[in-house]
Design a protein around this ligand. Sequence first.
Ligand code: HEM
Length: 422
Amino acid sequence: MHDKKASPVPPAPPLFTWEFASDPYPAYAWLREHAPVHRTALPSGVEAWLVTRYADARQALADQRLSKNPVHHSEAAHGKGKVGIPGERSANLMTHLLNIDPPDHTRLRRLVSKAFTPRRVAEFAPRVQELTDRLIDGFADRGEADLIHEFAFPLPIYAICDLLGVPPEDQDDFRDWAGMMIRHGGGPRGGVARSVKKMRGYLTELIHRKREDLGEDLISGLIRASDHGEHLTEDEAAAMAFILLFAGFETTVNLIGNGTYALLRNQGQRERLQRALAEGDEGLLATGVEELLRYDGPVELATWRFATQDLTIGGQRIAEGDPVLVVLAAADRDPERFAEPDTLDLSRRDNQHLGYGHGIHYCLGAPLARLEGQTALATLLRRLPDLRLGADPEELRWRGGLIMRGLRTLPVAFTPEDIADT
Ligand code: HEM
Protein backbone atom coordinates (compact mmCIF):
# COMPACT_ATOMS: atom_id res chain seq x y z
CA MET A 1 0.00 0.00 0.00
CA HIS A 2 1.10 3.56 -0.64
CA ASP A 3 1.99 5.80 2.24
CA LYS A 4 -0.48 8.65 1.79
CA LYS A 5 1.93 11.31 3.11
CA ALA A 6 4.77 10.23 0.86
CA SER A 7 2.58 9.98 -2.20
CA PRO A 8 0.68 13.09 -3.30
CA VAL A 9 -0.84 11.12 -6.18
CA PRO A 10 -4.53 10.41 -5.59
CA PRO A 11 -5.53 6.76 -6.02
CA ALA A 12 -6.32 5.50 -9.50
CA PRO A 13 -10.01 5.96 -10.25
CA PRO A 14 -12.06 2.85 -10.98
CA LEU A 15 -12.51 2.15 -14.69
CA PHE A 16 -15.47 0.52 -16.48
CA THR A 17 -17.99 1.02 -13.67
CA TRP A 18 -21.43 2.55 -14.26
CA GLU A 19 -20.23 5.84 -12.82
CA PHE A 20 -17.27 5.78 -15.20
CA ALA A 21 -19.61 5.08 -18.14
CA SER A 22 -21.64 8.20 -17.42
CA ASP A 23 -18.55 10.44 -17.17
CA PRO A 24 -15.20 8.82 -17.98
CA TYR A 25 -13.39 12.14 -18.44
CA PRO A 26 -12.10 12.65 -14.86
CA ALA A 27 -10.64 9.13 -14.89
CA TYR A 28 -9.03 9.78 -18.27
CA ALA A 29 -7.54 13.04 -16.97
CA TRP A 30 -6.01 11.04 -14.11
CA LEU A 31 -4.58 8.45 -16.49
CA ARG A 32 -3.13 11.08 -18.85
CA GLU A 33 -1.42 12.71 -15.91
CA HIS A 34 -0.25 9.75 -13.84
CA ALA A 35 -0.29 6.62 -16.00
CA PRO A 36 -0.50 7.66 -19.66
CA VAL A 37 0.15 4.14 -20.95
CA HIS A 38 -1.67 2.00 -18.45
CA ARG A 39 -2.14 -1.77 -18.27
CA THR A 40 -5.55 -2.80 -16.99
CA ALA A 41 -7.96 -5.74 -16.91
CA LEU A 42 -10.95 -5.10 -19.14
CA PRO A 43 -14.45 -6.23 -18.13
CA SER A 44 -13.93 -9.36 -20.28
CA GLY A 45 -10.88 -10.26 -18.18
CA VAL A 46 -8.44 -9.61 -21.04
CA GLU A 47 -5.51 -7.38 -20.05
CA ALA A 48 -4.74 -4.48 -22.35
CA TRP A 49 -2.73 -1.25 -22.48
CA LEU A 50 -4.71 2.00 -22.54
CA VAL A 51 -2.98 4.89 -24.37
CA THR A 52 -4.44 8.21 -23.25
CA ARG A 53 -2.18 11.13 -24.29
CA TYR A 54 -2.82 12.77 -27.66
CA ALA A 55 0.77 12.55 -28.95
CA ASP A 56 1.12 8.87 -27.98
CA ALA A 57 -2.36 8.06 -29.30
CA ARG A 58 -1.72 9.61 -32.70
CA GLN A 59 1.60 7.84 -32.97
CA ALA A 60 0.15 4.47 -31.92
CA LEU A 61 -2.71 4.74 -34.46
CA ALA A 62 -0.15 5.08 -37.25
CA ASP A 63 2.36 2.53 -35.90
CA GLN A 64 2.52 -0.42 -38.32
CA ARG A 65 4.12 -2.58 -35.62
CA LEU A 66 0.67 -2.61 -34.02
CA SER A 67 -1.34 -5.11 -36.01
CA LYS A 68 -5.12 -5.18 -36.39
CA ASN A 69 -5.12 -8.93 -36.94
CA PRO A 70 -6.29 -10.82 -33.82
CA VAL A 71 -3.91 -13.70 -34.60
CA HIS A 72 -1.23 -11.50 -33.04
CA HIS A 73 -3.08 -11.42 -29.73
CA SER A 74 -1.06 -13.37 -27.15
CA GLU A 75 -4.24 -14.54 -25.36
CA ALA A 76 -6.05 -15.47 -28.55
CA ALA A 77 -3.78 -18.49 -28.82
CA HIS A 78 -5.14 -19.69 -25.47
CA GLY A 79 -8.76 -19.05 -26.35
CA LYS A 80 -9.03 -16.25 -23.79
CA GLY A 81 -9.10 -13.23 -26.02
CA LYS A 82 -12.59 -11.97 -26.75
CA VAL A 83 -12.07 -9.37 -29.38
CA GLY A 84 -13.92 -8.11 -32.42
CA ILE A 85 -17.56 -7.96 -33.24
CA PRO A 86 -19.75 -10.03 -30.90
CA GLY A 87 -21.13 -13.06 -32.64
CA GLU A 88 -18.83 -12.52 -35.58
CA ARG A 89 -16.84 -15.71 -35.85
CA SER A 90 -17.23 -16.58 -39.48
CA ALA A 91 -13.92 -16.53 -41.32
CA ASN A 92 -15.35 -14.67 -44.28
CA LEU A 93 -16.79 -11.79 -42.25
CA MET A 94 -13.59 -11.49 -40.21
CA THR A 95 -11.68 -10.41 -43.30
CA HIS A 96 -12.73 -6.79 -43.07
CA LEU A 97 -10.75 -3.57 -43.01
CA LEU A 98 -10.58 -3.21 -39.23
CA ASN A 99 -9.10 -6.70 -38.80
CA ILE A 100 -6.36 -6.72 -41.39
CA ASP A 101 -2.97 -5.17 -42.14
CA PRO A 102 -1.17 -4.20 -45.34
CA PRO A 103 -0.84 -5.46 -48.01
CA ASP A 104 -4.38 -6.95 -47.81
CA HIS A 105 -5.71 -3.81 -46.17
CA THR A 106 -4.22 -1.60 -48.88
CA ARG A 107 -5.78 -3.70 -51.65
CA LEU A 108 -9.26 -3.85 -50.06
CA ARG A 109 -9.29 -0.20 -49.03
CA ARG A 110 -8.30 0.88 -52.53
CA LEU A 111 -11.11 -1.16 -54.03
CA VAL A 112 -13.80 0.05 -51.65
CA SER A 113 -12.63 3.65 -52.04
CA LYS A 114 -13.38 3.41 -55.76
CA ALA A 115 -17.03 2.69 -54.97
CA PHE A 116 -17.59 4.60 -51.71
CA THR A 117 -16.49 7.99 -52.99
CA PRO A 118 -17.06 11.46 -51.50
CA ARG A 119 -19.04 12.18 -54.67
CA ARG A 120 -21.43 9.29 -54.01
CA VAL A 121 -21.93 10.66 -50.50
CA ALA A 122 -22.49 14.23 -51.72
CA GLU A 123 -25.14 12.99 -54.16
CA PHE A 124 -26.84 11.21 -51.29
CA ALA A 125 -27.42 14.48 -49.36
CA PRO A 126 -31.05 15.07 -50.49
CA ARG A 127 -31.96 11.52 -49.45
CA VAL A 128 -30.44 12.02 -45.97
CA GLN A 129 -32.46 15.23 -45.64
CA GLU A 130 -35.61 13.39 -46.68
CA LEU A 131 -35.02 10.57 -44.18
CA THR A 132 -34.27 13.08 -41.43
CA ASP A 133 -37.47 15.00 -42.07
CA ARG A 134 -39.55 11.84 -42.27
CA LEU A 135 -38.29 10.68 -38.88
CA ILE A 136 -38.89 14.10 -37.28
CA ASP A 137 -42.41 14.10 -38.80
CA GLY A 138 -43.04 10.98 -36.72
CA PHE A 139 -42.83 12.87 -33.42
CA ALA A 140 -42.85 16.62 -34.21
CA ASP A 141 -46.49 17.09 -33.20
CA ARG A 142 -46.16 15.21 -29.95
CA GLY A 143 -44.08 17.65 -27.91
CA GLU A 144 -41.81 14.92 -26.59
CA ALA A 145 -39.72 12.06 -27.91
CA ASP A 146 -36.89 9.71 -27.17
CA LEU A 147 -34.34 10.97 -29.64
CA ILE A 148 -32.25 7.82 -29.53
CA HIS A 149 -35.01 5.38 -30.46
CA GLU A 150 -37.05 7.60 -32.71
CA PHE A 151 -34.30 9.50 -34.48
CA ALA A 152 -30.61 8.80 -33.85
CA PHE A 153 -31.04 5.02 -34.13
CA PRO A 154 -33.17 4.67 -37.30
CA LEU A 155 -31.51 7.44 -39.34
CA PRO A 156 -28.10 5.80 -39.91
CA ILE A 157 -29.51 2.33 -40.46
CA TYR A 158 -31.97 3.50 -43.13
CA ALA A 159 -29.29 5.72 -44.66
CA ILE A 160 -26.70 2.97 -45.00
CA CYS A 161 -29.32 0.46 -46.20
CA ASP A 162 -30.39 2.92 -48.91
CA LEU A 163 -26.83 3.63 -49.91
CA LEU A 164 -25.95 -0.07 -50.10
CA GLY A 165 -29.07 -0.84 -52.11
CA VAL A 166 -31.07 -2.89 -49.58
CA PRO A 167 -34.67 -2.73 -50.91
CA PRO A 168 -37.02 -0.63 -48.74
CA GLU A 169 -39.19 -3.63 -47.83
CA ASP A 170 -36.19 -5.36 -46.20
CA GLN A 171 -34.85 -2.37 -44.27
CA ASP A 172 -36.95 -2.99 -41.16
CA ASP A 173 -35.29 -6.40 -40.81
CA PHE A 174 -31.97 -4.57 -40.70
CA ARG A 175 -33.38 -2.20 -38.15
CA ASP A 176 -34.31 -5.19 -35.95
CA TRP A 177 -30.96 -6.95 -36.36
CA ALA A 178 -29.06 -3.74 -35.73
CA GLY A 179 -31.24 -3.08 -32.68
CA MET A 180 -30.28 -6.44 -31.26
CA MET A 181 -26.60 -5.75 -31.92
CA ILE A 182 -26.64 -2.30 -30.31
CA ARG A 183 -28.64 -3.42 -27.28
CA HIS A 184 -26.36 -6.35 -26.57
CA GLY A 185 -23.12 -5.22 -28.21
CA GLY A 186 -20.09 -5.88 -26.02
CA GLY A 187 -21.38 -9.22 -24.81
CA PRO A 188 -21.47 -12.41 -26.81
CA ARG A 189 -25.16 -13.24 -26.45
CA GLY A 190 -27.16 -15.68 -28.53
CA GLY A 191 -29.39 -12.98 -30.00
CA VAL A 192 -26.44 -11.01 -31.31
CA ALA A 193 -24.89 -14.06 -32.92
CA ARG A 194 -28.23 -14.88 -34.56
CA SER A 195 -28.64 -11.30 -35.82
CA VAL A 196 -25.12 -11.26 -37.25
CA LYS A 197 -25.81 -14.59 -38.93
CA LYS A 198 -29.06 -13.35 -40.45
CA MET A 199 -27.42 -10.16 -41.67
CA ARG A 200 -24.57 -12.13 -43.19
CA GLY A 201 -26.95 -14.53 -44.91
CA TYR A 202 -29.00 -11.65 -46.25
CA LEU A 203 -25.99 -9.69 -47.54
CA THR A 204 -24.44 -12.72 -49.23
CA GLU A 205 -27.73 -13.42 -50.98
CA LEU A 206 -28.17 -9.74 -51.93
CA ILE A 207 -24.67 -9.58 -53.44
CA HIS A 208 -25.44 -12.70 -55.40
CA ARG A 209 -28.61 -11.12 -56.79
CA LYS A 210 -26.96 -7.78 -57.56
CA ARG A 211 -24.20 -9.52 -59.46
CA GLU A 212 -26.85 -10.69 -61.90
CA ASP A 213 -28.41 -7.26 -62.17
CA LEU A 214 -26.03 -4.42 -61.35
CA GLY A 215 -27.53 -1.07 -60.36
CA GLU A 216 -26.27 2.30 -59.17
CA ASP A 217 -26.12 1.39 -55.46
CA LEU A 218 -22.98 0.91 -53.38
CA ILE A 219 -23.13 -2.89 -53.40
CA SER A 220 -23.18 -2.84 -57.20
CA GLY A 221 -20.30 -0.36 -56.99
CA LEU A 222 -18.36 -2.77 -54.77
CA ILE A 223 -18.94 -5.62 -57.23
CA ARG A 224 -17.91 -3.43 -60.15
CA ALA A 225 -14.85 -1.88 -58.50
CA SER A 226 -11.58 -2.96 -59.98
CA ASP A 227 -7.99 -1.99 -59.48
CA HIS A 228 -5.35 -3.19 -61.93
CA GLY A 229 -7.75 -5.93 -62.99
CA GLU A 230 -8.43 -7.03 -59.40
CA HIS A 231 -11.95 -7.28 -58.00
CA LEU A 232 -13.47 -8.04 -54.62
CA THR A 233 -14.46 -11.68 -54.23
CA GLU A 234 -18.06 -12.34 -53.14
CA ASP A 235 -16.90 -13.08 -49.61
CA GLU A 236 -14.86 -9.87 -49.54
CA ALA A 237 -17.80 -7.84 -50.85
CA ALA A 238 -20.07 -9.36 -48.15
CA ALA A 239 -17.51 -8.59 -45.44
CA MET A 240 -17.17 -5.06 -46.80
CA ALA A 241 -20.93 -4.44 -46.83
CA PHE A 242 -21.10 -5.83 -43.31
CA ILE A 243 -18.29 -3.62 -41.95
CA LEU A 244 -19.82 -0.56 -43.61
CA LEU A 245 -23.05 -1.33 -41.77
CA PHE A 246 -21.36 -2.23 -38.55
CA ALA A 247 -18.84 0.64 -38.48
CA GLY A 248 -21.30 3.19 -39.79
CA PHE A 249 -24.25 2.44 -37.61
CA GLU A 250 -23.74 2.76 -33.84
CA THR A 251 -21.06 5.41 -34.40
CA THR A 252 -23.52 7.69 -36.15
CA VAL A 253 -26.28 6.93 -33.62
CA ASN A 254 -23.88 8.19 -30.97
CA LEU A 255 -22.75 11.22 -32.95
CA ILE A 256 -26.37 12.38 -33.15
CA GLY A 257 -27.16 11.33 -29.55
CA ASN A 258 -24.02 12.64 -27.82
CA GLY A 259 -23.98 15.71 -30.07
CA THR A 260 -27.58 16.71 -29.33
CA TYR A 261 -27.04 16.06 -25.64
CA ALA A 262 -23.91 18.23 -25.53
CA LEU A 263 -25.77 21.06 -27.30
CA LEU A 264 -28.71 20.84 -24.90
CA ARG A 265 -26.31 21.09 -21.97
CA ASN A 266 -24.41 24.05 -23.42
CA GLN A 267 -27.12 26.61 -24.08
CA GLY A 268 -24.78 29.42 -25.14
CA GLN A 269 -23.21 27.26 -27.84
CA ARG A 270 -26.56 25.91 -28.97
CA GLU A 271 -28.01 29.42 -29.31
CA ARG A 272 -24.96 30.49 -31.29
CA LEU A 273 -25.49 27.61 -33.69
CA GLN A 274 -29.21 28.33 -34.00
CA ARG A 275 -28.50 31.98 -34.81
CA ALA A 276 -25.89 31.01 -37.42
CA LEU A 277 -28.30 28.55 -39.05
CA ALA A 278 -31.10 31.15 -39.09
CA GLU A 279 -28.72 33.53 -40.90
CA GLY A 280 -27.88 30.86 -43.47
CA ASP A 281 -24.31 30.47 -42.17
CA GLU A 282 -23.39 26.76 -42.33
CA GLY A 283 -19.76 27.31 -41.31
CA LEU A 284 -20.44 26.93 -37.60
CA LEU A 285 -22.37 23.72 -38.27
CA ALA A 286 -19.30 22.20 -39.96
CA THR A 287 -16.78 23.20 -37.27
CA GLY A 288 -19.43 22.46 -34.63
CA VAL A 289 -19.91 18.83 -35.62
CA GLU A 290 -16.12 18.34 -35.56
CA GLU A 291 -16.03 19.87 -32.08
CA LEU A 292 -18.83 17.59 -30.90
CA LEU A 293 -16.77 14.64 -32.13
CA ARG A 294 -13.79 15.87 -30.14
CA TYR A 295 -15.77 16.83 -27.04
CA ASP A 296 -17.81 13.64 -26.62
CA GLY A 297 -17.24 11.45 -29.65
CA PRO A 298 -18.98 8.17 -30.49
CA VAL A 299 -15.82 6.03 -30.47
CA GLU A 300 -14.37 6.11 -26.97
CA LEU A 301 -11.58 3.61 -27.66
CA ALA A 302 -10.21 2.81 -31.11
CA THR A 303 -10.59 -0.83 -32.10
CA TRP A 304 -8.06 -3.46 -31.01
CA ARG A 305 -4.41 -3.39 -31.93
CA PHE A 306 -1.75 -5.99 -31.04
CA ALA A 307 2.01 -5.56 -30.69
CA THR A 308 3.78 -7.69 -33.32
CA GLN A 309 7.11 -7.15 -31.51
CA ASP A 310 8.37 -5.66 -28.26
CA LEU A 311 8.07 -1.88 -28.52
CA THR A 312 7.66 1.27 -26.44
CA ILE A 313 4.83 3.78 -26.43
CA GLY A 314 5.28 6.97 -24.40
CA GLY A 315 8.31 5.39 -22.69
CA GLN A 316 6.34 2.30 -21.62
CA ARG A 317 7.57 -1.10 -22.76
CA ILE A 318 4.88 -3.21 -24.44
CA ALA A 319 5.54 -6.91 -25.02
CA GLU A 320 4.88 -8.74 -28.27
CA GLY A 321 1.30 -10.03 -28.37
CA ASP A 322 -0.05 -7.45 -25.91
CA PRO A 323 -3.32 -5.75 -26.88
CA VAL A 324 -3.19 -1.95 -27.12
CA LEU A 325 -6.31 0.22 -26.94
CA VAL A 326 -5.97 3.85 -27.97
CA VAL A 327 -8.38 5.93 -25.90
CA LEU A 328 -9.61 8.50 -28.41
CA ALA A 329 -11.86 10.16 -25.82
CA ALA A 330 -8.87 10.77 -23.51
CA ALA A 331 -6.54 11.96 -26.29
CA ASP A 332 -9.14 14.43 -27.55
CA ARG A 333 -9.32 16.12 -24.13
CA ASP A 334 -5.53 16.35 -23.72
CA PRO A 335 -4.61 19.88 -22.53
CA GLU A 336 -1.18 19.44 -24.14
CA ARG A 337 -2.92 19.51 -27.50
CA PHE A 338 -6.21 21.41 -27.09
CA ALA A 339 -6.76 24.75 -25.38
CA GLU A 340 -9.43 24.42 -22.67
CA PRO A 341 -10.17 20.84 -23.71
CA ASP A 342 -13.18 20.42 -21.40
CA THR A 343 -14.96 23.40 -22.96
CA LEU A 344 -17.30 22.93 -25.92
CA ASP A 345 -16.40 25.57 -28.51
CA LEU A 346 -18.28 25.05 -31.76
CA SER A 347 -16.02 27.45 -33.63
CA ARG A 348 -12.78 25.72 -32.53
CA ARG A 349 -10.38 25.94 -35.45
CA ASP A 350 -7.25 24.15 -34.26
CA ASN A 351 -9.12 20.88 -33.96
CA GLN A 352 -7.23 17.91 -35.36
CA HIS A 353 -9.19 15.51 -33.19
CA LEU A 354 -8.82 11.73 -33.35
CA GLY A 355 -12.55 10.98 -33.34
CA TYR A 356 -12.26 9.35 -36.77
CA GLY A 357 -8.94 7.71 -35.96
CA HIS A 358 -5.69 8.38 -37.79
CA GLY A 359 -3.37 6.62 -40.24
CA ILE A 360 -4.33 3.88 -42.67
CA HIS A 361 -7.49 2.89 -40.75
CA TYR A 362 -8.81 6.48 -40.68
CA CYS A 363 -12.58 6.32 -40.91
CA LEU A 364 -13.66 5.48 -44.42
CA GLY A 365 -17.17 6.73 -43.71
CA ALA A 366 -16.22 10.18 -42.36
CA PRO A 367 -17.87 12.09 -45.26
CA LEU A 368 -21.14 10.17 -44.72
CA ALA A 369 -20.94 10.60 -40.94
CA ARG A 370 -20.41 14.34 -41.37
CA LEU A 371 -23.33 14.57 -43.77
CA GLU A 372 -25.66 12.68 -41.43
CA GLY A 373 -24.47 14.49 -38.29
CA GLN A 374 -24.78 17.94 -39.83
CA THR A 375 -28.17 17.24 -41.42
CA ALA A 376 -29.59 15.66 -38.27
CA LEU A 377 -28.49 18.41 -35.86
CA ALA A 378 -29.34 21.33 -38.14
CA THR A 379 -32.80 19.96 -38.96
CA LEU A 380 -33.60 19.24 -35.33
CA LEU A 381 -32.64 22.76 -34.26
CA ARG A 382 -34.49 24.38 -37.16
CA ARG A 383 -37.71 22.44 -36.79
CA LEU A 384 -37.84 22.18 -33.00
CA PRO A 385 -36.19 25.44 -31.94
CA ASP A 386 -37.04 25.15 -28.23
CA LEU A 387 -35.82 21.56 -27.95
CA ARG A 388 -34.85 20.77 -24.35
CA LEU A 389 -33.87 17.82 -22.22
CA GLY A 390 -36.89 15.88 -20.99
CA ALA A 391 -35.06 14.23 -18.07
CA ASP A 392 -32.60 15.06 -15.35
CA PRO A 393 -29.08 14.42 -16.73
CA GLU A 394 -28.41 12.31 -13.63
CA GLU A 395 -31.13 9.90 -14.72
CA LEU A 396 -29.71 9.29 -18.18
CA ARG A 397 -27.96 5.98 -18.69
CA TRP A 398 -24.97 5.40 -20.94
CA ARG A 399 -24.27 2.13 -22.69
CA GLY A 400 -21.49 0.24 -20.95
CA GLY A 401 -19.75 -1.08 -24.11
CA LEU A 402 -15.99 -0.91 -24.39
CA ILE A 403 -15.42 0.72 -27.77
CA MET A 404 -18.44 3.00 -28.18
CA ARG A 405 -19.77 5.77 -26.01
CA GLY A 406 -23.46 6.63 -26.25
CA LEU A 407 -26.73 7.16 -24.43
CA ARG A 408 -29.38 4.48 -24.04
CA THR A 409 -32.18 7.02 -24.26
CA LEU A 410 -32.40 10.77 -24.78
CA PRO A 411 -35.83 12.06 -23.68
CA VAL A 412 -36.56 15.55 -25.02
CA ALA A 413 -39.44 18.02 -24.90
CA PHE A 414 -40.38 20.85 -27.28
CA THR A 415 -43.32 22.90 -28.48
CA PRO A 416 -45.24 20.63 -30.89
CA GLU A 417 -44.68 21.71 -34.46
CA ASP A 418 -48.40 22.04 -35.29
CA ILE A 419 -48.85 24.49 -32.38
CA ALA A 420 -45.67 26.41 -33.20
CA ASP A 421 -46.90 26.81 -36.81
CA THR A 422 -50.28 28.35 -35.89
C1 HEM B 1 -12.91 3.29 -39.15
C2 HEM B 1 -15.04 6.54 -36.26
C3 HEM B 1 -18.93 6.61 -39.12
C4 HEM B 1 -16.94 3.16 -41.83
C5 HEM B 1 -13.16 4.17 -38.12
C6 HEM B 1 -12.24 4.47 -37.05
C7 HEM B 1 -12.85 5.37 -36.23
C8 HEM B 1 -14.14 5.66 -36.79
C9 HEM B 1 -12.28 5.95 -34.96
C10 HEM B 1 -10.83 3.89 -36.88
C11 HEM B 1 -10.82 2.77 -35.89
C12 HEM B 1 -9.44 2.29 -35.58
O1 HEM B 1 -8.43 2.75 -36.14
O2 HEM B 1 -9.36 1.40 -34.72
C13 HEM B 1 -16.26 6.84 -36.79
C14 HEM B 1 -17.17 7.83 -36.26
C15 HEM B 1 -18.26 7.83 -37.05
C16 HEM B 1 -18.05 6.87 -38.10
C17 HEM B 1 -16.91 8.66 -35.03
C18 HEM B 1 -19.53 8.64 -36.95
C19 HEM B 1 -19.60 9.79 -36.43
C20 HEM B 1 -18.70 5.72 -40.13
C21 HEM B 1 -19.59 5.50 -41.24
C22 HEM B 1 -19.05 4.50 -41.98
C23 HEM B 1 -17.79 4.13 -41.37
C24 HEM B 1 -20.92 6.23 -41.46
C25 HEM B 1 -19.51 3.84 -43.24
C26 HEM B 1 -20.69 3.81 -43.70
C27 HEM B 1 -15.69 2.91 -41.32
C28 HEM B 1 -14.82 1.88 -41.84
C29 HEM B 1 -13.66 1.91 -41.07
C30 HEM B 1 -13.85 2.95 -40.07
C31 HEM B 1 -15.12 0.94 -43.01
C32 HEM B 1 -12.44 1.01 -41.22
C33 HEM B 1 -11.43 1.70 -42.09
C34 HEM B 1 -10.14 0.92 -42.22
O3 HEM B 1 -9.83 0.08 -41.38
O4 HEM B 1 -9.44 1.18 -43.21
N1 HEM B 1 -14.30 4.92 -37.94
N2 HEM B 1 -16.83 6.28 -37.89
N3 HEM B 1 -17.62 4.91 -40.24
N4 HEM B 1 -15.08 3.54 -40.26
FE1 HEM B 1 -15.90 4.99 -39.16
